[in-house]
Design a protein around this ligand. Structure first.
Ligand SMILES: Nc1ncnc2c1ncn2[C@@H]1O[C@H](COP(=O)(O)OP(=O)(O)OP(=O)(O)O)[C@@H](O)[C@H]1O
Length: 242
């Protein structure tokens, strides 16, 4: 299968701190991969490097064989990578629909007017927000803000979606809905790299996991095996959560 994303010896230093250190792994087209690790292990920094928010100190990142390590975030978005943030970011004073239209306007194949509206409607339907298209984004509850952020990411037509704790803070029922939504997005052909602390969700969604600790990859493989790996248990799970 085609290699979608390739990380080769990727590193990021903040002063004397190696937040990401010599990280290498591939993702295949269509894959969903869990990115795990204890707090401060470098997961969000790695997503920031892939999405271009931060420039890597060392190593290479490529998408479909094209080196994207030195591209700007907008160029990386145009290459086919979209993300959501750990702390939800929506444009509070605009309507739900206009939030998505903004993403449509900034994508590589931008669209305006009626076409942009139709794309926004489609993405809002995908995430289950079609009935709230005219509401103010600032009036949405937590899960709906998360849905909107997802719709905004999908509006850029990504090949690879980076989800940073998208499921965190949801009620058990919302969690089930969220898992189904992520599953359906992957089934539509979008690859997903998901940072998540909720192990039940990771087990349900991800056949494969990569685990980081202190900036380094300490395990990469089938989720069941990885979660039983001794170094993973002691670094991250403390033996209780798996
Ligand atoms: N902009 C920054 N400047 C300095 N240090 C940073 C910066 N961003 C992250 N760090 C540090 O890099 C390390 C990795 O942080 P990162 O947020 O990537 O971890 P994480 O695995 O995503 O953690 P969490 O699960 O808590 O979100 C931490 O020690 C953090 O304090």
């Amino acid at each position: 299968m085609t290699v979608l994303l390739r990380l080769q010896a990727v590193g990021k230093n903040f002063g004397g701190l190696a937040a990401v250190n010599n990280v290498s792994f591939d993702m295949k087209d269509g894959e969903i991969v869990g990115l795990l690790g204890p707090n401060g292990s470098g997961k969000t920094t790695l997503l920031n490097l892939i999405s271009g928010a931060h420039r890597a100190t060392s190593g290479n990142i490529s998408l479909y064989g094209k080196n994207i390590s030195s591209l700007r975030p907008d160029q990386i978005s145009h290459s086919g990578i979209a993300r959501t943030f750990q702390l939800v970011r929506v444009l509070q004073t605009m309507s739900v629909s206009d939030n998505v239209i903004c993403s449509v306007a900034f994508r590589e194949k931008s669209a305006w007017g009626r076409e942009a509206h139709e794309i926004a409607e489609e993405k809002l339907a995908t995430v289950g927000l079609q009935d709230k298209a005219r509401d103010l984004a600032g009036s949405l509850n937590y899960i709906d803000c998360k849905r909107l952020e997802l719709a905004r990411a999908l509006a850029t037509e990504p090949k690879l979606l980076l989800l940073d704790e998208w499921l965190s803070g949801l009620t058990p029922q919302e969690l089930e809905t969220g898992i189904e939504l992520i599953n359906s997005i992957q089934s539509s052909g979008i690859s997903i790299l998901i940072v998540e602390h909720i192990m039940s969700a990771i087990r349900e969604l991800c056949p494969r996991c990569v685990v980081m600790n202190s900036g380094e990859v300490i395990a990469d493989g089938p989720t069941g095996e990885v979660l039983e790996n001794e170094s993973v248990v002691s670094a991250y799970l403390g033996g209780a959560d798996a």
